[in-house]
Design a protein. Structure first.
Length: 445
């Protein structure tokens, strides 16, 4: 069974925004054609598939979420000359198994794309594009899709025939699109707010899970809240009790949960394609021990400083540095690192307690595109209004014998999603309690 349900649009302006994005892409490339391929379906076990996840670029430009689809754009002097959506044809017997398909006719109408054809027509279209255009833009990472294979085999035929086609070059469209995707428009921010809201609801419910004797009891509450709001998990939730929190990508979620332990939840809801990504840490008993609280306050202070460094014009590295300095000051105070903060940073002696980064871009992908340095620049990129980044410092203390006993195996991460605004920032996920006092208050019920 191919698990496929078309993601339906419901009047949040996303389809109109996608149309604007296609025009903007054409303006940026000037002349040439582009082929955007759907992500392949992924089999989980024999004949059983993972829920289908569209390719972010194709979805961004089309709002179309069915598998076995592709979008072809043709630009001429910066104008969008043609836009063709390729998708599966209607097929009553397949639809009886896998669910309704749009089919080209309805897809064209509902997604406002000028032309639509059956996906079986794509090879012909690619050959024509290859003959007519000097430049064909694509996303090289989509190498596994049928459309990408077609593009490459057409290129190979061209070289074998010594230039039967006009394609001079295949160019990577991600350089253009990542810049566009990095700054979210209104319809995207609308979706991200809802993802953030449901994620906070999930965290609130999870912190009060009853029973709470296994990590999966907590995970179940998260998923229930996401689903209740029409969302799903943006990634496998991490629910890590006690020292499991020191495994950064722990996602087994099957260990016992004991009084006296802390639990780290790192989970995010995906809503209409857009992700949230939030971490909170709470004491199972409802009250932090003095040692747990001391470490918690260090991470919280670092996270607040990271958030304060997020503003238009600031570099991503400013946030990273703010978090790192605060963590190193804390590691000194906790007696876990010695020397000055500058020494700790220079010697990287913080690394065994804090091995990851302080944040990443967030959007259609959890680790969203656009965060990379700009071509030709060797500094971290500057933030602009409309970007969304996470702020997520953490400390993970090993169980080594030279570490004070009460601090051993404590793992803490605190993560929020932050929208860069014209004047500063807005934390999208502050409905989930964060100060130690707010966490304890919520746990008391
Ligand atoms: N949950 C993955 C991350 O925080 O980056
Ligand atoms: Mn996370
Ligand atoms: Mn994250």
């Amino acid at each position: 069974m191919g698990a496929v349900v078309a993601l339906r649009e419901s009047g949040d302006g996303y389809i109109a925004a996608a149309r604007g994005r296609r025009r903007r892409f054409a303006r940026r490339i000037g002349d040439g054609a582009a082929v955007f391929a759907a992500a392949p379906e992924k089999e989980k076990s024999r004949g059983v598939f993972y829920p289908y996840r569209f390719d972010g670029y194709l979805y961004y430009l089309s709002a179309f979420a069915e598998p076995e689809s592709a979008l072809v754009l043709v630009a001429e002097k910066g104008k969008l000359r043609r836009e063709i959506l390729f998708c599966r044809g209607r097929d009553a017997s397949r639809e009886q198994w896998d669910g309704e398909r749009f089919g080209p006719l309805r897809a064209r109408r509902e997604f406002g794309i000028r032309e639509a054809e059956e996906i079986s027509e794509l090879p012909k279209a690619i050959k024509q594009i290859a003959r007519e255009h000097k430049t064909v833009w694509h996303i090289p990472r989509g190498g596994e899709s049928a459309a990408e294979k077609q593009l490459h085999s057409t290129m190979a035929q061209r070289s074998a025939r010594g230039g039967g086609y006009a394609i001079a070059e295949l160019r990577d469209a991600s350089a253009v699109l990542d810049e566009m995707r990095a700054v979210k428009d209104k319809s995207e921010i609308f979706r991200m707010r809802e993802a953030a809201r449901l994620t906070c609801a999930g965290h609130l419910a999870a912190m009060r899970a009853r029973p709470m004797t296994r990590e999966w009891h907590i995970e179940a509450e998260l998923i229930a809240e996401f689903k209740r709001g029409g969302g799903d998990c943006a990634f496998l939730p991490i629910v890590a009790a006690g020292e499991n929190a020191c495994t950064l990508h722990y996602a087994e979620n099957n260990s016992p949960v004991r009084r006296g332990q802390l639990v780290v939840i790192d989970a995010g809801c995906e809503w209409r394609g857009y992700a949230a990504d939030v971490s909170r840490t709470f004491p199972v008993s409802g009250v932090f021990s003095p040692a747990q609280r001391a470490v918690y306050e260090v991470v919280l202070a670092a996270q607040k400083r990271a958030i304060a460094a997020i503003k238009p014009g600031a570099r991503m590295s400013a946030m990273e540095n703010a978090a790192l300095r605060a963590l190193c000051e804390g590691l000194r105070k906790l007696g876990l690192c010695s020397g000055t903060v500058a020494d700790i940073i220079a010697r990287k002696s913080y690394r065994c307690f804090y091995p990851h980064r302080a944040g990443h871009f967030l959007g259609l992908d959890v680790h969203d595109v656009g965060a990379e340095k700009l071509p030709g620049e060797n500094k971290a990129r500057r933030l602009r209004a409309g970007m969304v980044v996470t702020a997520e410092p953490g400390l993970y203390i090993p169980g080594d014998s030279d570490i004070p006993k009460e601090l051993r195996r404590i793992g803490i991460r605190i993560e929020d999603d932050v929208l860069v605004t014209a004047r500063g920032r807005e934390v999208l996920t502050d409905a989930a309690p964060k100060s130690a006092a707010a966490v304890e208050k919520w746990m008391r019920g």
